[in-house]
Structures are given as structure tokens and as C-alpha cells.
Design a protein around this ligand. Structure first.
Ligand code: FAD
Ligand code: THG
Length: 813
């Protein structure tokens, strides 16, 4: 049995010890530099509000598990979880509309909740002035965690199974040999370990740095204040119960509230970001103030207090009695950070975790350590999800600060980061700006969403009778009807898409073919010039990615993937005789697609590009004009044409060449929105959104890319044992041409929430919005379902797949 050392006895470390020991890993030692269990970390003073609903299905699942687990914990001091419910109120129309979206997430992720009018809110929480609000969202299973009790109760369960907790023991360093951890160093000497888990809270990044690992988190101060006695609360709660009204969020003013017997606690994000240099923190761990508490900065709290008093008039007779600036971790994208160090086996992190998600994160981490795969999809939290640029101190600081500012903001799904834009641009960037590109950001790349230069075309098409349904204000944000014209034009004529941000690797060497055979589900050991669409599965048969593998030479492959997690997965499995190199940045790619694509490109190319000579899903190294290119006859938009790759220095010349000869075909540049709607029409999945490790290929409808007759590959065994899926990814087509969805909406079947939308896009080809949704396998083609988009219900019909061109006539010609 491995000996596991956990660094940190906060809510994460204690929960992890419990989850590990429950799985038979009982040789667990948890070390903390502070006393047990009020260690001086963030857990020691967390007010413990647990709101489960989150845009992320995974984070919501983590939170729901925390609630379920904490409700059952026992502690001699009293409750570990007080299920008072949660209430979020709206004081602006935007928030009220957004609470409808939130209610949709709750329904989609299986969390009970209801929208209430102001009087109903005030009945639940009589301190609220109903005249000040427009309504609220109530979730009865949310509540308060007593974080230190929950930590101790979980620790005690672990101890009863054999785990050890050691206070006042600081880990000073990690000991390793030959790429494996062997222990931790303390003032009393080395403690041997096979596995070390860093659950050191906001100190974790510093510790991880000593073993060459970047954990992108920033310790930030956040204000928490307790009022004096509030008359209206006197006699309501006992010292033991502490609270009985729902925990309350007033997100329009970045505030939250809970009761402390006859006082209120007020948490505020209504202040400037206050990043903390942890080298300045006190070392003394015992007693108050704790190392994770800084002196209250009163001025920063002034706007919070006046906003709080408006919502809760009873505060007028009270004042702040005790307050502090408490420290906890923020990350660039708001998600936690989990996983194992790739270059130091046995060193794990479970960092930047709220009390809310703690038990869920601990369970997933324990499963990952013990079973090799977590049972929920953790890609949003994976340690290796970050691009290189996102690991720079500047990036981490700026984006985490923005995450702090936006913590309670209404975030549109297409609202991209504003800090540090323009970091990665393709060689076509200047041309795109000239064409009036509106840029989205993804993985650090600037990606055109549509081009204002196509406004005239849009007008022409509108005049010619193409439908441009009106959209509501929310779905019109970061969107343009021009995208409809761009998509339409791709199906009618020809368009050029910048595919440069598509992550690609060169996998080369004498063992490259056998390595890729082992990694992928499809047969990729085919002739030079072959291109194969295939899955990367994990050991449970879950989809880690869908990729294309182009064999450019006997021992050299170009692999196009979904992002940094794919590099990590390959790198972890790399064998002798194979090299792996990310070539994305040094190369560029244009997708030239549409019925006229061949007419456009052929005159530039010395090779014959006929359907017979350059078949579908084949690759060719050739020239366009004087430029050396690699062409792949692949089209994520489902049209005739090619992905054309070149070294980056040729990019501008390649663009000019294609647009010059393209003039006579009226070629346009088209953007991401058109691209997305076309791929949805065509039935192509987007990994991470439509499917994840939670799904096996059959359920996701991509089992055609799995060759069970092939020799062993990762995930094959699990697929052999698989049972029929309970849910299937289906295409649904909205009945009303003006109905929209943006993703994550709940889907109702016979009046009950039965699934959720993953992605959606307006299809000019069928004149409707088309979406993917996870639905019960019993759902039939032609069934009517109902989608709740921010409180507006629309019907949609389950459609055969793909919705457009099932015969492949458009592509294979
Ligand atoms: P910690 O509790 O900080 O535990 C880490 C432990 O590691 C510490 O005990 C520390 O002593 C130990 N340690 C560090 N370095 C070493 C070392 N080198 N050797 C040995 N031990 C070490 N979350 C919610 O979900 N709901 C809330 O309402 C909420 N409100 C909050 C309000 C405030 C004011 C603050 C500051 C935070 C709040 N949070 C809330 C966030 C939450 O408190 C934290 O995210 C959570 O407690 C982190 O738990 P942890 O176990 O990761 O870290
Ligand atoms: N282009 C390339 N690689 C990629 C993508 C891409 N890798 C990552 C991501 N996108 C993968 N997604 C897909 C999804 C579908 C297809 C290609 C990439 C596709 N599917 C054909 C189909 O289903 O009809 C496969 C047909 C076949 O297997 O023969 O084209 O955009 N280079």
C-alpha cells in the first residue's frame, strides 16, 4: 500500500484523507504547519456559505457532493452543515434575467430551485426589503458549512481507518529521486512517502514551485465583517443553530450574508483586487489573528456597507463590530487546480478549492490517485489545462485579478477576457483587422468571430430573401447577423477560415506509428497521406479528446487536437523512439471551404486536386504558387475543400494569394460563429462542450471512430465491458425560427428536466437554431422537447443526424 503524505489539514486535506482511507489507502499522514484543526489557513475563518449552482456541471457536482457529505457528518460540537437554503436576489433587470439562466443551470445539473417574487423572498428572509428587489432564486438544499467541524469530522473518520494527523509541522521541501517523490522534508527530518498531495491552500503555489511546477493561483484578500446585534434577529437563533434564514447573495453589489446568531456576517467582493505577497504574512500559526487574516481596510468596505443597508434596512441601527481581510486563492479562470505533476510522479495538487467544492474535489482526487481516473469530468480543473502563456506570472496575476473583479458579475458565454489581449495572433491578423474582424479570444489566440467587411454581402442576401431572424438583446451580444451571411456563403460559394489556433503536434520517430496506435481508438497505421479521425480515450473508455492524425511520412505524423491536455496525455505516455513537438505557433492554417473551393485552389497548385486524385481525408505536401504547403482534405464545416498549412512566415503571402485568385469567386473571410453553426449542422462534436471523459464514444455518437478489431489501445478494455448508454447526445432543431440557445439550457421531456443543451448555433441552411443535447436514450427521433432559455420556453424536435448533408454529397465531390 502506498504511503500518502497530504500537506495541509484544511478542508481539502482532511476531506482527501477521508476519501483516500475510504478507498483502502489507509497509510495517510496529513501534516500541517498550524495546530489542528483551526490551522490558521483559509478554512479556519471561512463563513462557509455553500451555493451549489454554477455554470459548470462539474463544479456543481462537486458542490452537491459536499452538501450530501457534510449533511451526514457528525461532530460533538454540533452541526457540520446547516441546510438553511440559499437565496440570490436581483436588484437590476439584468440580474433578474440572469437568475433565470441560473435557474436553468440548477435544473440542468439536478439542483432543486425556484424563482420567487419579492414578497416570497421577504417571507423566506424577512430582513430583506422587498421593495428593493425584483425577485430571487431559492435553492433549498444550499446552506452553511461549519468548515472547521467538517474538517475535523472527516479527519476523525480517516483516523479511525488508520490515518495520522500531525500538527505544527511545516513541510520545508519535497524529496525526490529519479523523477518520483520519495518524501517531504520537515524540521524533524524527512518523512517518506510514495505519494505527496499538496493541499496547502494559497501557500500551495509556492511549494509547487520548489518542484518546478506552476500552479496558477493568486492569494487575494477578501473582506468579511460581522455586525453588532440586530434587533430583528434577537431570540431567533440559538448559539447552537447560529442561523435559520437562507444564506443570501446580493450579487449586483458583490455581497453575501449569513446569520451569526443575532448578528449578520457580510462578505464583500465590492472592492479592488488585493493580491497578497505571502512572504509578508505572519509565520505564527497559533491563535488570532491567523496567518491567513489581514487587518480590515475600512475604506474598502464603505460602499459594501451602504449597499448592504439598502437591501437590509435593519442594518441602519447596527455597525461593523469585527472584521478582517481574509485570504484565499483565485485562479485565471475561476476553476480549481487538480492533478499529478507530469515530471515528478507521485506529486499531486488539490489547490484553489472553496469549501463549497471541497468534498467533491477530494473525492475526484482520491479516485484519480486510486483508480487512475476520476469518475467525473475534471478537464476544467486539470493542472495542465493552461497554455504556456497562461503560466507566466504576469498572465496569472492579471487574469486572476479580473476573475476577482468578475466573481459575481453576469458573464455572457461569449464574453472573453479583456486583460492581456493580443498575445497570440496568426500571420493573418493585420489582414483580418483591415476586414473589420470582431475578435474572440481562445487559448490566448485572437480569433475572428465575424467580419464587418461582409456587412454588404449580408444586406445583399437579406434583400435576396435570406432569413435573418431577430434575436433578443442577450443572444445578440458578441454576435452579428453577418455570421449568418458568412455561413450561408460557405454553403453557396467559398469562404476562408483562419484555423491557425487549431492545436497541432508533430509526432515522429521510428515508434511513432505504434505509439499512436496505442493512444488512439481508430486505425491510424495506414498509408502515407492518410488522415484519420479518432478518439483519445482514458482507461474507462471516456473521451479525452477527438483528434485527426495525418501521416505525412512513414515515421512522421501531424496530429491536430483540442488543447494542452492532449499534449499532457501524449507526453505522459511517450515511449522511446517517439518525439512530440507542438508546432502550432510556428505554422499557420487556412480552411478553404465551399462548393467553389476546388475552382479557387486548383489553379495555384501543380498537383491535381480532383476528387479522384486527392480523396477525402487524405493529406498532400505540395505548393500553392511558390509557397510550400501541407493540404488536408478535411472540413469541420462539412464542405468541399482543404485545411492548408504553411510555416508561419508564409502566412501573409498565402492569404494574399488565396484572396487574389479568390476575387473572381467572390471569396470571403468568415469567422468563428459561422464556423460553429456549420459544424453543428454537419453533426461534428466539439470536445469539452458536447462530450468529455464522462461519455463513451457510443453515447456521444462517435463510435464510428473506434475500431474494436484493432490491437489493444487505451480504453479498449473498458469499451468491451461497456453497457448500453442511458443518455445519448442528440441533435435537436428548434421549431420557432427565432428561438435561440447558447448552451447549458435545461431540456424538458414530458414536463420533466431530462437533459441539457451543450452547444447551439443558428443554421441558415434550415433556417432554425440547431443544438446538441444530452437526452435519455429512450428519446425518439421526432419527439418534441422543451428548452428553457433564460425563462423562455421553446419547443424543439429531436432530429436525425446530421441535420445537413447526411449523404456527404457536399464534401465528397
Ligand atoms: P486552507 O484551509 O488554507 O488549508 C491549507 C493548510 O495548509 C493550512 O492549514 C496551512 O497551515 C497548511 N500549510 C500551508 N503550507 C504548509 C506547509 N508548507 N507545510 C505544512 N502545512 C502547510 N469558501 C466557500 O466555499 N464559502 C464561503 O463562504 C467562503 N467564504 C470565505 C470567506 C473568506 C473571508 C475567505 C478568506 C475565504 C472564504 N472561502 C469560502 C474560501 C475557502 O475558505 C477556501 O477556499 C478554503 O478554505 C481553502 O481550503 P484549503 O484546505 O485548500 O486551504
Ligand atoms: N481539423 C483537424 N483536426 C481537428 C479538428 C479539425 N482535430 C480536433 C477537432 N477538430 C476534431 N474534430 C473533428 C470532428 C469531425 C471531423 C474532423 C475533426 C470530421 N469528421 C468526419 C465525419 O464524421 O464525417 C470523419 C469522417 C471519417 O472518419 O472518415 O471531419 O477541424 N485537422
Amino acid at each position: 500500500m502506498p504511503h500518502v503524505v497530504v500537506i495541509g489539514a484544511g478542508i481539502v486535506g482532511t476531506s482527501l484523507a477521508d476519501e483516500l482511507s475510504a478507498r483502502g489507502v489507509t497509510e495517510v499522514t496529513v501534516l500541517d504547519r498550524g495546530p489542528l484543526f483551526t490551522t490558521g489557513g483559509s478554512t479556519s475563518h471561512a463563513p462557509g456559505l455553500v451555493f451549489q449552482t454554477n455554470p459548470s456541471k462539474t463544479m456543481s457536482a462537486f458542490a452537491s457532493y459536499t452538501v450530501q457529505k457534510f449533511c451526514a457528518l457528525e461532530h460533538p460540537g454540533g452541526w457540520a452543515f446547516n441546510q438553511v437554503g440559499g437565496l440570490e436576489v436581483a436588484t437590476t433587470p439584468e440580474r433578474w434575467a440572469d437568475l433565470h439562466r441560473k435557474a436553468g443551470w440548477a435544473a440542468a445539473w439536478g439542483i432543486e430551485g425556484r424563482l420567487l417574487d419579492p414578497d416570497e423572498c421577504a417571507r423566506l428572509h424577512p430582513l430583506i426589503d422587498p421593495d428593493h428587489i425584483l425577485g430571487g432564486f431559492h435553492t433549498p438544499t444550499d446552506g452553511l458549512a461549519k468548515a472547521v467541524r467538517a474538517a475535523e469530522a472527516q479527519a476523525n473518520r480517516a483516523i479511525s481507518r488508520g490515518a495520522t494527523f500531525v500538527p505544527d509541522t511545516e513541510v520545508l521541501g519535497i524529496v525526490d529521486r529519479a523523477g518520483r517523490v520519495t518524501g517531504v522534508r520537515t524540521a524533524d527530518g524527512v518523512i517518506d512517502a510514495d505519494i505527496v498531495v499538496c493541499a496547502a491552500g494559497f501557500w500551495g503555489a509556492q511549494l509547487a514551485r520548489t518542484v518546478g511546477l506552476t500552479v496558477p493561483l493568486v492569494p487575494m484578500a477578501h473582506q468579511y465583517a460581522r455586525t453588532g446585534q440586530i434587533a430583528a434577529l434577537v431570540g431567533r437563533n440559538t448559539e447552537a443553530s447560529e442561523a435559520s434564514y437562507p444564506i443570501l447573495r446580493h450579487q449586483d453589489q458583490d455581497l453575501y450574508f449569513r446569520e451569526h446568531v443575532d448578528r449578520l456576517g457580510i462578505g464583500s467582493y465590492n472592492h479592488r483586487p488585493m493580491p497578497v505577497d505571502i512572504s509578508t504574512l505572519m509565520a505564527d500559526t497559533a491563535g488570532e489573528p491567523m496567518p491567513s487574516m489581514l487587518p480590515f481596510t475600512e475604506d474598502d468596505f464603505a460602499p459594501a456597507w451602504s449597499a448592504a443597508s439598502e437591501l437590509i434596512p435593519a442594518l441602519a441601527d447596527s455597525k461593523v463590530e469585527e472584521a478582517f481581510n481574509g485570504i484565499f486563492s483565485f485562479t485565471p479562470d475561476g476553476f480549481s487546480i487538480m492533478g499529478e505533476h507530469r515530471d515528478l510522479s507521485g506529486f499531486w495538487v488539490a489547490e484553489a478549492v472553496w469549501v463549497t467544492h471541497s468534498a467533491g474535489v477530494a473525492k475526484a482526487t482520491a479516485e484519480w490517485i486510486v483508480d487512475g481516473v476520476p469518475s467525473v469530468d475534471v478537464h476544467e480543473c486539470d493542472l495542465y489545462r493552461f497554455e504556456d502563456v497562461a503560466r507566466s506570472p504576469e498572465f496569472i496575476m492579471q487574469t486572476s485579478s479580473q476573475a476577482f473583479v468578475e466573481v459575481y458579475d453576469i458573464i455572457h458565454p461569449y464574453q472573453f477576457r479583456s486583460a492581456l489581449r493580443g498575445l497570440r495572433t496568426s500571420p493573418f491578423y493585420e489582414r483580418q483587422k483591415q476586414l473589420g474582424a470582431f475578435f474572440y479570444e481562445g487559448a490566448g489566440w485572437e480569433r475572428p468571430a465575424w467580419f464587418e467587411a461582409n456587412a454588404e454581402l449580408a444586406q445583399r442576401l437579406r434583400d435576396g430573401g435570406l432569413a435573418f431572424p431577430d434575436r433578443d438583446e442577450w443572444s445578440s451580444r458578441f454576435w452579428s447577423p453577418i455570421s449568418i451571411a458568412e455561413a450561408h456563403w460557405t454553403r453557396q460559394r467559398v469562404a476562408i477560415y483562419d484555423m491557425t489556433p487549431l492545436t497541432r503536434y508533430e509526432v515522429a520517430g521510428p515508434n511513432a506509428a505504434s505509439f499512436l496506435q496505442q493512444m488512439t481508438s481508430n486505425n491510424v497505421d495506414k498509408s502515407v497521406g492518410s488522415v484519420t479521425y479518432t478518439m483519445l480515450l482514458d482507461e474507462s473508455g471516456g473521451i479525452r479528446s477527438d483528434i485527426t492524425v495525418a501521416r505525412l511520412a512513414d515515421t512522421r505524423f501531424q496530429v491536430a487536437v483540442n488543447g494542452p491536455l492532449d499534449f499532457d496525455w501524449f507526453a505522459r505516455h511517450l515511449v522511446d523512439g517517439v518525439t512530440l513537438r507542438d508546432i502550432t505557433g510556428g505554422t499557420c492554417c487556412l480552411g478553404v471551404w465551399g462548393p467553389l473551393a476546388r475552382d479557387l485552389v486548383q489553379p495555384l497548385c501543380p498537383d491535381e486536386l480532383s476528387h479522384e486524385n486527392f480523396k477525402y481525408f487524405r493529406a498532400l505536401q505540395t505548393h500553392l504558387g511558390a509557397i510550400p504547403v501541407t493540404m488536408l482534405r478535411v472540413s469541420y464545416v462539412g464542405e468541399l475543400g482543404w485545411e492548408i498549412y504553411a510555416n508561419a512566415e508564409y502566412g501573409a503571402a498565402l492569404w494574399d494569394l488565396l484572396f487574389d485568385v479568390g476575387q473572381r469567386h467572390e471569396v470571403i473571410a468568415a469567422g468563428r460563429i459561422a464556423f460553429n453553426s456549420l459544424r453543428i449542422e454537419k453533426g461534428y462534436r466539439l470536445w469539452g462542450t458536447d462530450m468529455t471523459t464522462e461519455h463513451q464514444p457510443k453515447a456521444a455518437g462517435v463510435d464510428f471512430a473506434v475500431k474494436m478489431t484493432k490491437d489493444d489501445f487505451i480504453g479498449k478494455g473498458a469499451l468491451e465491458r461497456a453497457v448500453a448508454p442511458e443518455k445519448l447526445l442528440r441533435s435537436i432543431v428548434f421549431d420557432d425560427p427565432s428561438a435561440v440557445a447558447l448552451g447549458k439550457e435545461p431540456v424538458y421531456v414530458d414536463g420533466r428536466c431530462a437533459g441539457y443543451v451543450t452547444s447551439a448555433g443558428y443554421s441558415p441552411t434550415v433556417g432554425r437554431t440547431i443544438a446538441y443535447a444530452w437526452l435519455p436514450a429512450s428519446t425518439r427521433i421526432g419527439d418534441t422537447v422543451t428548452v428553457d432559455y433564460r425563462g423562455t420556453r421553446s419547443t424543439a424536435t429531436v432530429h436525425t443526424e446530421p441535420v445537413v448533408d447526411p449523404e456527404m454529397a457536399r464534401i465528397k465531390r
